[in-house]
Design a protein around this ligand. Structure first.
Ligand code: ACO
Length: 378
Protein backbone atom coordinates (compact mmCIF):
# COMPACT_ATOMS: atom_id res chain seq x y z
CA UNK A 1 0.00 0.00 0.00
CA UNK A 2 1.31 3.51 -0.88
CA UNK A 3 1.99 5.66 2.15
CA UNK A 4 0.81 9.21 1.37
CA UNK A 5 2.18 12.36 2.91
CA UNK A 6 -0.10 13.68 5.68
CA UNK A 7 -1.89 16.88 4.57
CA UNK A 8 -3.74 18.82 7.26
CA UNK A 9 -7.35 19.32 6.17
CA UNK A 10 -6.70 16.83 3.32
CA UNK A 11 -5.80 19.88 1.24
CA UNK A 12 -5.45 19.00 -2.43
CA UNK A 13 -6.22 15.30 -1.90
CA UNK A 14 -9.03 14.01 -4.16
CA UNK A 15 -11.73 12.39 -2.02
CA UNK A 16 -14.02 11.39 -4.89
CA UNK A 17 -14.47 11.17 -8.65
CA UNK A 18 -17.48 13.28 -9.43
CA UNK A 19 -19.50 14.37 -12.46
CA UNK A 20 -21.57 16.95 -10.60
CA UNK A 21 -19.73 20.28 -10.77
CA UNK A 22 -16.47 21.84 -11.90
CA UNK A 23 -14.55 24.95 -10.84
CA UNK A 24 -11.62 26.64 -12.58
CA UNK A 25 -10.38 29.20 -10.08
CA UNK A 26 -7.93 30.88 -12.46
CA UNK A 27 -10.55 31.57 -15.10
CA UNK A 28 -13.49 32.15 -12.72
CA UNK A 29 -15.46 29.27 -14.24
CA UNK A 30 -18.16 27.26 -12.47
CA UNK A 31 -20.20 24.57 -14.19
CA UNK A 32 -23.00 22.33 -12.90
CA UNK A 33 -23.09 19.10 -14.97
CA UNK A 34 -21.09 20.92 -17.66
CA UNK A 35 -23.41 23.95 -17.91
CA UNK A 36 -21.98 27.33 -16.97
CA UNK A 37 -23.43 28.96 -13.88
CA UNK A 38 -24.15 32.17 -15.84
CA UNK A 39 -26.53 30.26 -18.15
CA UNK A 40 -28.29 28.53 -15.27
CA UNK A 41 -28.67 31.78 -13.32
CA UNK A 42 -30.15 33.52 -16.36
CA UNK A 43 -32.39 30.76 -17.67
CA UNK A 44 -33.05 28.05 -15.12
CA UNK A 45 -34.84 27.94 -11.76
CA UNK A 46 -33.52 26.57 -8.48
CA UNK A 47 -35.72 23.46 -8.65
CA UNK A 48 -34.77 22.75 -12.26
CA UNK A 49 -31.10 23.20 -11.32
CA UNK A 50 -31.57 20.84 -8.36
CA UNK A 51 -33.03 18.26 -10.76
CA UNK A 52 -30.04 18.74 -13.08
CA UNK A 53 -27.56 18.30 -10.25
CA UNK A 54 -29.27 15.25 -8.74
CA UNK A 55 -30.33 13.36 -11.89
CA UNK A 56 -27.49 14.51 -14.12
CA UNK A 57 -29.52 16.07 -16.94
CA UNK A 58 -32.02 18.84 -17.55
CA UNK A 59 -35.60 17.60 -17.15
CA UNK A 60 -38.11 17.60 -20.00
CA UNK A 61 -41.09 19.92 -19.55
CA UNK A 62 -43.23 17.06 -18.19
CA UNK A 63 -40.46 15.82 -15.88
CA UNK A 64 -39.98 19.31 -14.46
CA UNK A 65 -43.71 19.81 -13.95
CA UNK A 66 -44.00 16.46 -12.15
CA UNK A 67 -41.01 17.25 -9.98
CA UNK A 68 -42.34 20.71 -9.06
CA UNK A 69 -45.74 19.22 -8.23
CA UNK A 70 -44.21 16.52 -6.03
CA UNK A 71 -42.10 19.07 -4.15
CA UNK A 72 -45.15 21.33 -3.71
CA UNK A 73 -47.16 18.41 -2.34
CA UNK A 74 -44.53 17.54 0.28
CA UNK A 75 -43.89 21.05 1.65
CA UNK A 76 -45.89 20.62 4.85
CA UNK A 77 -44.26 19.30 7.98
CA UNK A 78 -45.95 16.99 10.47
CA UNK A 79 -47.48 18.66 13.50
CA UNK A 80 -45.23 16.56 15.74
CA UNK A 81 -42.18 18.15 14.07
CA UNK A 82 -43.70 21.59 14.57
CA UNK A 83 -44.42 20.74 18.22
CA UNK A 84 -40.87 19.53 18.68
CA UNK A 85 -39.54 22.77 17.14
CA UNK A 86 -41.76 24.84 19.44
CA UNK A 87 -39.72 23.46 22.34
CA UNK A 88 -36.44 24.73 20.88
CA UNK A 89 -35.10 27.75 22.78
CA UNK A 90 -35.90 30.94 20.89
CA UNK A 91 -32.36 32.19 21.52
CA UNK A 92 -30.92 29.13 19.75
CA UNK A 93 -29.22 29.59 16.38
CA UNK A 94 -31.46 28.71 13.41
CA UNK A 95 -28.73 26.43 12.02
CA UNK A 96 -28.89 24.32 15.19
CA UNK A 97 -32.67 24.24 14.89
CA UNK A 98 -32.35 23.17 11.26
CA UNK A 99 -29.84 20.43 12.05
CA UNK A 100 -32.09 18.99 14.77
CA UNK A 101 -35.20 19.21 12.56
CA UNK A 102 -33.45 17.62 9.57
CA UNK A 103 -32.31 14.74 11.77
CA UNK A 104 -35.85 14.39 13.17
CA UNK A 105 -37.19 13.71 9.66
CA UNK A 106 -35.42 10.36 9.93
CA UNK A 107 -37.72 9.44 12.84
CA UNK A 108 -40.79 9.89 10.65
CA UNK A 109 -39.52 8.49 7.36
CA UNK A 110 -37.22 5.80 8.68
CA UNK A 111 -37.69 3.16 5.98
CA UNK A 112 -34.28 2.75 4.40
CA UNK A 113 -34.17 1.28 0.88
CA UNK A 114 -31.09 2.78 -0.68
CA UNK A 115 -31.18 0.43 -3.68
CA UNK A 116 -34.74 1.46 -4.56
CA UNK A 117 -34.94 4.42 -7.01
CA UNK A 118 -38.45 5.26 -5.74
CA UNK A 119 -37.13 5.59 -2.18
CA UNK A 120 -34.30 7.83 -3.42
CA UNK A 121 -36.74 10.05 -5.29
CA UNK A 122 -39.11 10.30 -2.33
CA UNK A 123 -36.25 11.25 -0.03
CA UNK A 124 -34.95 13.89 -2.48
CA UNK A 125 -38.42 15.41 -2.84
CA UNK A 126 -39.15 15.39 0.89
CA UNK A 127 -35.85 16.98 1.80
CA UNK A 128 -36.03 19.72 -0.85
CA UNK A 129 -39.65 20.39 0.09
CA UNK A 130 -39.43 20.38 3.89
CA UNK A 131 -36.12 22.08 4.67
CA UNK A 132 -37.40 25.59 3.69
CA UNK A 133 -40.61 25.00 5.67
CA UNK A 134 -38.59 24.12 8.76
CA UNK A 135 -36.35 27.21 8.42
CA UNK A 136 -39.38 29.50 8.07
CA UNK A 137 -41.29 27.75 10.88
CA UNK A 138 -38.43 28.26 13.34
CA UNK A 139 -38.21 31.93 12.37
CA UNK A 140 -41.90 32.56 13.15
CA UNK A 141 -41.95 30.37 16.25
CA UNK A 142 -38.95 32.03 17.85
CA UNK A 143 -40.89 35.31 17.56
CA UNK A 144 -43.75 33.67 19.46
CA UNK A 145 -45.94 33.18 16.37
CA UNK A 146 -47.48 30.08 14.84
CA UNK A 147 -45.82 28.96 11.60
CA UNK A 148 -47.86 29.53 8.45
CA UNK A 149 -48.76 26.69 6.10
CA UNK A 150 -47.06 26.62 2.70
CA UNK A 151 -49.09 28.06 -0.19
CA UNK A 152 -49.61 25.66 -3.08
CA UNK A 153 -50.17 28.50 -5.55
CA UNK A 154 -46.66 29.90 -4.99
CA UNK A 155 -43.43 28.69 -6.56
CA UNK A 156 -40.54 27.38 -4.44
CA UNK A 157 -38.84 30.70 -3.64
CA UNK A 158 -41.99 32.83 -3.39
CA UNK A 159 -43.47 30.29 -1.01
CA UNK A 160 -40.38 30.33 1.21
CA UNK A 161 -40.38 34.15 1.40
CA UNK A 162 -44.12 34.06 2.09
CA UNK A 163 -43.68 31.52 4.92
CA UNK A 164 -40.92 33.66 6.40
CA UNK A 165 -42.69 37.01 6.33
CA UNK A 166 -46.39 36.07 6.03
CA UNK A 167 -46.52 38.40 3.01
CA UNK A 168 -46.53 37.52 -0.66
CA UNK A 169 -43.17 38.73 -1.99
CA UNK A 170 -42.57 41.10 -4.88
CA UNK A 171 -42.13 38.79 -7.94
CA UNK A 172 -38.76 40.31 -8.90
CA UNK A 173 -37.44 39.94 -5.34
CA UNK A 174 -38.55 36.28 -5.36
CA UNK A 175 -36.81 35.78 -8.71
CA UNK A 176 -33.57 37.28 -7.36
CA UNK A 177 -33.84 35.05 -4.30
CA UNK A 178 -34.33 32.01 -6.55
CA UNK A 179 -31.14 32.90 -8.45
CA UNK A 180 -29.31 33.18 -5.09
CA UNK A 181 -30.38 29.59 -4.36
CA UNK A 182 -29.17 28.44 -7.78
CA UNK A 183 -25.78 30.10 -7.22
CA UNK A 184 -25.34 28.38 -3.83
CA UNK A 185 -26.70 24.98 -4.88
CA UNK A 186 -23.36 23.23 -5.40
CA UNK A 187 -19.63 23.88 -5.28
CA UNK A 188 -17.56 20.72 -5.82
CA UNK A 189 -15.81 19.20 -2.79
CA UNK A 190 -15.93 21.24 0.40
CA UNK A 191 -16.31 20.57 4.11
CA UNK A 192 -20.10 20.10 4.26
CA UNK A 193 -20.22 18.04 1.06
CA UNK A 194 -17.41 15.84 2.33
CA UNK A 195 -19.25 15.50 5.63
CA UNK A 196 -22.40 14.45 3.74
CA UNK A 197 -20.41 11.90 1.75
CA UNK A 198 -18.68 10.39 4.78
CA UNK A 199 -22.05 9.97 6.50
CA UNK A 200 -23.63 8.63 3.29
CA UNK A 201 -20.84 6.09 2.89
CA UNK A 202 -22.04 4.25 6.02
CA UNK A 203 -25.37 3.68 4.20
CA UNK A 204 -27.32 5.51 6.88
CA UNK A 205 -30.54 7.31 5.97
CA UNK A 206 -30.49 10.53 3.89
CA UNK A 207 -31.90 12.64 6.75
CA UNK A 208 -28.84 11.80 8.85
CA UNK A 209 -26.71 12.73 5.81
CA UNK A 210 -28.40 16.15 5.58
CA UNK A 211 -28.17 16.74 9.35
CA UNK A 212 -24.48 15.99 9.26
CA UNK A 213 -23.90 18.40 6.36
CA UNK A 214 -25.97 21.16 8.00
CA UNK A 215 -23.90 20.83 11.18
CA UNK A 216 -20.71 21.19 9.14
CA UNK A 217 -21.96 24.18 7.15
CA UNK A 218 -22.85 25.96 10.40
CA UNK A 219 -19.24 26.66 11.35
CA UNK A 220 -17.86 30.20 10.85
CA UNK A 221 -15.10 28.96 8.57
CA UNK A 222 -17.64 27.61 6.10
CA UNK A 223 -21.16 29.02 5.82
CA UNK A 224 -21.01 32.05 8.05
CA UNK A 225 -19.08 34.65 6.00
CA UNK A 226 -22.15 36.39 4.52
CA UNK A 227 -23.37 37.21 8.04
CA UNK A 228 -19.99 38.74 8.78
CA UNK A 229 -20.13 40.93 5.67
CA UNK A 230 -23.14 42.79 7.06
CA UNK A 231 -21.40 43.29 10.43
CA UNK A 232 -18.37 44.68 8.60
CA UNK A 233 -20.46 47.08 6.48
CA UNK A 234 -22.14 48.24 9.71
CA UNK A 235 -18.73 48.86 11.20
CA UNK A 236 -17.51 50.83 8.13
CA UNK A 237 -20.69 52.93 8.24
CA UNK A 238 -20.01 55.29 5.31
CA UNK A 239 -18.33 55.43 1.90
CA UNK A 240 -15.71 57.85 3.28
CA UNK A 241 -14.60 55.31 5.88
CA UNK A 242 -13.91 52.57 3.33
CA UNK A 243 -10.31 53.44 2.42
CA UNK A 244 -9.11 53.91 6.02
CA UNK A 245 -10.90 50.66 6.98
CA UNK A 246 -9.11 48.68 4.25
CA UNK A 247 -5.74 50.25 5.03
CA UNK A 248 -6.18 49.48 8.71
CA UNK A 249 -7.27 45.88 7.98
CA UNK A 250 -4.23 45.29 5.78
CA UNK A 251 -1.85 46.89 8.29
CA UNK A 252 -3.28 44.69 11.07
CA UNK A 253 -3.52 41.54 8.90
CA UNK A 254 -7.27 41.44 9.44
CA UNK A 255 -9.32 39.54 6.85
CA UNK A 256 -11.87 41.58 4.91
CA UNK A 257 -15.05 39.51 4.88
CA UNK A 258 -16.51 38.47 1.54
CA UNK A 259 -13.14 38.61 -0.20
CA UNK A 260 -10.68 35.91 -1.12
CA UNK A 261 -11.30 32.26 -1.93
CA UNK A 262 -9.26 29.07 -1.68
CA UNK A 263 -10.01 28.22 -5.32
CA UNK A 264 -10.92 31.46 -7.13
CA UNK A 265 -8.01 33.80 -7.79
CA UNK A 266 -10.19 36.13 -9.88
CA UNK A 267 -13.64 37.50 -9.04
CA UNK A 268 -15.99 34.66 -8.11
CA UNK A 269 -18.41 34.31 -11.08
CA UNK A 270 -21.30 34.02 -8.60
CA UNK A 271 -20.37 37.41 -7.11
CA UNK A 272 -20.53 39.00 -10.59
CA UNK A 273 -24.01 37.59 -11.19
CA UNK A 274 -25.24 38.60 -7.74
CA UNK A 275 -23.89 42.11 -8.06
CA UNK A 276 -25.83 42.63 -11.31
CA UNK A 277 -29.00 41.30 -9.68
CA UNK A 278 -28.50 43.39 -6.56
CA UNK A 279 -28.12 46.49 -8.77
CA UNK A 280 -31.35 45.68 -10.62
CA UNK A 281 -33.15 45.11 -7.33
CA UNK A 282 -31.97 48.42 -5.87
CA UNK A 283 -32.79 50.29 -9.10
CA UNK A 284 -36.30 48.88 -9.07
CA UNK A 285 -37.09 49.16 -5.37
CA UNK A 286 -34.93 52.04 -4.15
CA UNK A 287 -31.22 52.41 -3.46
CA UNK A 288 -29.40 50.86 -0.54
CA UNK A 289 -26.86 52.68 1.57
CA UNK A 290 -24.94 49.43 2.19
CA UNK A 291 -24.58 48.87 -1.53
CA UNK A 292 -22.72 52.18 -2.03
CA UNK A 293 -20.29 51.17 0.74
CA UNK A 294 -19.93 47.70 -0.80
CA UNK A 295 -19.10 49.05 -4.27
CA UNK A 296 -16.43 51.38 -2.88
CA UNK A 297 -15.06 48.55 -0.71
CA UNK A 298 -14.75 46.25 -3.68
CA UNK A 299 -12.90 48.97 -5.63
CA UNK A 300 -10.41 49.65 -2.83
CA UNK A 301 -9.82 45.94 -2.03
CA UNK A 302 -9.12 45.22 -5.70
CA UNK A 303 -6.69 48.13 -5.83
CA UNK A 304 -4.84 47.04 -2.67
CA UNK A 305 -5.13 43.23 -2.75
CA UNK A 306 -5.97 42.29 -6.33
CA UNK A 307 -2.28 41.48 -6.96
CA UNK A 308 -2.64 38.62 -4.42
CA UNK A 309 -5.67 37.20 -6.24
CA UNK A 310 -8.09 38.52 -3.64
CA UNK A 311 -11.43 39.52 -5.12
CA UNK A 312 -15.08 39.50 -4.04
CA UNK A 313 -16.55 36.06 -3.39
CA UNK A 314 -20.20 34.90 -3.50
CA UNK A 315 -20.80 35.86 0.13
CA UNK A 316 -20.01 39.52 -0.47
CA UNK A 317 -23.19 40.30 -2.40
CA UNK A 318 -25.51 37.53 -1.14
CA UNK A 319 -25.60 39.07 2.35
CA UNK A 320 -26.55 42.43 0.82
CA UNK A 321 -29.40 40.91 -1.17
CA UNK A 322 -30.79 38.94 1.80
CA UNK A 323 -30.59 41.97 4.07
CA UNK A 324 -32.41 44.08 1.48
CA UNK A 325 -35.15 41.44 1.32
CA UNK A 326 -35.63 41.90 5.08
CA UNK A 327 -34.15 38.52 6.04
CA UNK A 328 -32.55 38.45 9.52
CA UNK A 329 -28.78 38.01 9.46
CA UNK A 330 -28.73 34.71 11.34
CA UNK A 331 -30.92 33.16 8.64
CA UNK A 332 -28.29 33.70 5.93
CA UNK A 333 -26.55 30.40 6.65
CA UNK A 334 -29.81 28.38 6.87
CA UNK A 335 -30.67 29.85 3.45
CA UNK A 336 -27.30 28.70 2.19
CA UNK A 337 -28.31 25.24 3.50
CA UNK A 338 -31.69 25.37 1.70
CA UNK A 339 -29.75 25.83 -1.54
CA UNK A 340 -26.85 23.48 -0.83
CA UNK A 341 -29.22 20.62 -0.02
CA UNK A 342 -29.41 20.17 -3.81
CA UNK A 343 -25.65 19.61 -4.05
CA UNK A 344 -25.54 17.38 -0.95
CA UNK A 345 -28.34 15.22 -2.37
CA UNK A 346 -26.53 14.97 -5.70
CA UNK A 347 -23.34 13.81 -3.96
CA UNK A 348 -25.33 11.42 -1.73
CA UNK A 349 -26.90 9.82 -4.82
CA UNK A 350 -23.57 9.68 -6.66
CA UNK A 351 -21.85 8.21 -3.59
CA UNK A 352 -24.39 5.37 -3.41
CA UNK A 353 -23.55 4.22 -6.94
CA UNK A 354 -19.85 3.71 -6.14
CA UNK A 355 -19.99 3.35 -2.40
CA UNK A 356 -17.03 2.37 -0.28
CA UNK A 357 -17.11 3.40 3.36
CA UNK A 358 -14.70 6.26 4.09
CA UNK A 359 -11.98 4.90 6.30
CA UNK A 360 -8.83 7.06 6.04
CA UNK A 361 -5.85 6.35 8.17
CA UNK A 362 -3.81 8.40 10.64
CA UNK A 363 -0.21 8.90 11.62
CA UNK A 364 0.11 7.97 15.27
CA UNK A 365 2.41 10.47 16.97
CA UNK A 366 1.74 9.41 20.59
CA UNK A 367 3.78 7.24 22.93
CA UNK A 368 3.92 3.47 23.51
CA UNK A 369 4.56 1.10 26.37
CA UNK A 370 3.03 2.91 29.36
CA UNK A 371 1.55 0.94 32.28
CA UNK A 372 -1.83 1.60 33.84
CA UNK A 373 -1.39 3.55 37.10
CA UNK A 374 -4.07 2.93 39.78
CA UNK A 375 -5.94 6.14 40.60
CA UNK A 376 -4.62 6.45 44.15
CA UNK A 377 -1.04 6.40 42.85
CA UNK A 378 -1.37 9.16 40.18
N1 ACO B 1 -8.79 40.04 3.35
C1 ACO B 1 -7.49 40.42 3.45
N2 ACO B 1 -6.48 39.59 3.14
C2 ACO B 1 -6.79 38.37 2.71
C3 ACO B 1 -8.11 37.92 2.58
C4 ACO B 1 -9.13 38.82 2.91
N3 ACO B 1 -10.43 38.47 2.84
N4 ACO B 1 -8.11 36.66 2.15
C5 ACO B 1 -6.84 36.31 2.01
N5 ACO B 1 -6.02 37.32 2.35
C6 ACO B 1 -4.56 37.34 2.32
C7 ACO B 1 -4.00 36.66 3.57
O1 ACO B 1 -3.81 37.57 4.61
C8 ACO B 1 -2.71 36.10 3.02
O2 ACO B 1 -1.77 37.15 2.91
P1 ACO B 1 -0.19 36.86 3.11
O3 ACO B 1 0.17 35.87 2.05
O4 ACO B 1 0.43 38.20 2.93
O5 ACO B 1 -0.05 36.31 4.50
C9 ACO B 1 -3.06 35.67 1.60
O6 ACO B 1 -4.16 36.52 1.20
C10 ACO B 1 -3.52 34.22 1.51
O7 ACO B 1 -4.54 34.03 2.48
P2 ACO B 1 -5.04 32.62 2.99
O8 ACO B 1 -5.94 32.80 4.16
O9 ACO B 1 -3.87 31.68 3.16
O10 ACO B 1 -5.85 32.13 1.75
P3 ACO B 1 -6.82 30.91 1.73
O11 ACO B 1 -6.92 30.47 0.33
O12 ACO B 1 -6.46 29.90 2.74
O13 ACO B 1 -8.16 31.61 2.24
C11 ACO B 1 -10.34 32.29 2.62
C12 ACO B 1 -9.36 31.64 1.62
C13 ACO B 1 -10.43 31.44 3.89
C14 ACO B 1 -11.72 32.31 1.97
C15 ACO B 1 -9.86 33.72 2.94
O14 ACO B 1 -9.72 34.45 1.76
C16 ACO B 1 -10.79 34.42 3.92
O15 ACO B 1 -10.70 34.20 5.13
N6 ACO B 1 -11.69 35.31 3.40
C17 ACO B 1 -12.60 36.04 4.26
C18 ACO B 1 -13.78 35.17 4.67
C19 ACO B 1 -14.71 34.87 3.53
O16 ACO B 1 -15.15 35.75 2.80
N7 ACO B 1 -15.07 33.57 3.39
C20 ACO B 1 -16.04 33.10 2.39
C21 ACO B 1 -15.36 32.31 1.33
S1 ACO B 1 -16.50 31.85 0.06
C22 ACO B 1 -17.40 30.59 0.72
O17 ACO B 1 -17.00 29.90 1.62
C23 ACO B 1 -18.79 30.31 0.17
Amino acid sequence: MNVCEYKPGLEGIPAARSRISYVDGQQGLLEYRGIRIEELAAQSSFLETAYLLIWGQLPSKAELENFETEVRYHRRIKYRIRDMMKCFPESGHPMDALQASAAALGLFYSRRALDNPEYIREAVVRILAKIPTMVAAFQLMRQGNDPVQPRDDLDYSSNFLYMLTEREPDPFAAQVFDVCLTLHAEHTMNASTFSAMVTASTLTDPYAVMASAVGTLAGPLHGGANEEVIGMLDEIGSVDNVRPFVEDAIANKRKIMGFGHRVYKVKDPRATILQELAEQLFQKNGSDHYYSIAVELEKVVEEKLGYKGIYANVDFYSGLVYRYLGIPTDLFTPIFAIARVAGWLAHWKEQLTVNRIFRPTQEYVGEHGHSYVPIEKR
